[in-house]
Design a protein around this ligand. Structure first.
Ligand SMILES: O=C(O)CCC(=O)C(=O)O
Length: 256
């Protein structure tokens, strides 16, 4: 699915006004089911390789299942990372030379709680946050709603440019996102947000977070080290740039 120019204009306007935009029906329900199945398989493989699925400094308990290095674990996630709809939104927000910072999953299982409230841009660049230099493309692999732990955000927080702009008590300002399964939710990097608590009895909340930044920011994940050679070979020259797989990173290579 590619986005029509008018749809892209609406997304850009929503990102500017509200800090986020929802694009429904990017994945069919069958594709969502397949992605969830492959995410659980990726989680198993990730743990078999000895990587943690729970980060005690990030989430309050083990009901959040984190999957890192998605791109190496299954080609499906490499495809989602460069999906035309995601690419169009990110390029519109950050410009054509954007790079990939990270691609991870957070499956909030029943009993999971909220992590620390943060903005993703603040994790990679010091204040002032005067422009959008980062964006998350969140793949909704379930209906996103308050009860199942939808990501909660603070309306208007993408206008805060320094820590001094933050009110003392952020918790009462948080509002849960809502989006149907198969949507992508684009969240501008300056939006302050947190995971919600999943208070359902038996409903998992699997979300994928494609995190992209302007090219002058150091990425969160070292794809050169994390992707096996066979996986790296699958990517086009453009994606090699975005993943930082080439020798020439922030220096323009002269044409030969
Ligand atoms: O899982 C969520 O809803 C939010 C996750 C998040 O913000 C993060 O991992 O930095």
């Amino acid at each position: 699915m590619t986005l029509a120019e008018s749809q892209l204009n609406d997304v850009a306007a929503d990102l500017d006004r509200h800090g986020y935009a929802v694009v429904p029906n990017v994945l069919s329900q069958a594709e969502v089911g397949e992605a969830v199945e492959r995410l659980w398989a990726a989680n198993e493989e990730n743990q078999r390789r000895g990587n943690p699925a729970h980060l005690p400094n990030v989430d309050p308990n083990e009901c959040n299942v984190r999957v890192f290095n998605l791109v190496d674990l299954d080609p499906l996630f490499g495809d989602l990372l460069q999906h035309p709809a995601a690419d169009a939104i990110v390029a519109r927000c950050l410009g054509p030379d954007y790079v990939v910072s990270n691609f991870t999953a957070n499956i909030a299982r029943p009993g999971s709680g909220s992590m620390v409230i943060h903005s993703d841009q603040a994790t990679v660049v010091p204040e002032p946050w005067s422009n959008p230099w980062a964006i998350n493309i969140i793949w909704c692999l379930c209906d996103l709603r308050a009860e199942n732990g939808a990501t909660r955000y603070i309306p208007g927080s993408h206008r805060w440019s320094t820590k001094a702009d933050l009110p003392d008590d952020l918790e009462p300002l948080l509002v849960p996102f809502e989006a149907p399964a198969g949507s992508i939710l684009a969240m501008e990097g300056r939006v302050w947000h947190t995971s919600g608590a999943n208070v359902t009895k038996d409903e998992d909340r699997p979300l994928l977070f494609g995190y992209y930044t302007s090219p002058f920011l150091r990425s969160q994940w070292n794809f050169s080290a994390a992707l096996r050679p066979g996986v790296q070979e699958r990517f086009s020259p453009v994606m090699r740039h975005r993943l930082g797989l080439d020798s020439w990173l922030n220096l323009r290579k002269p044409r030969g």
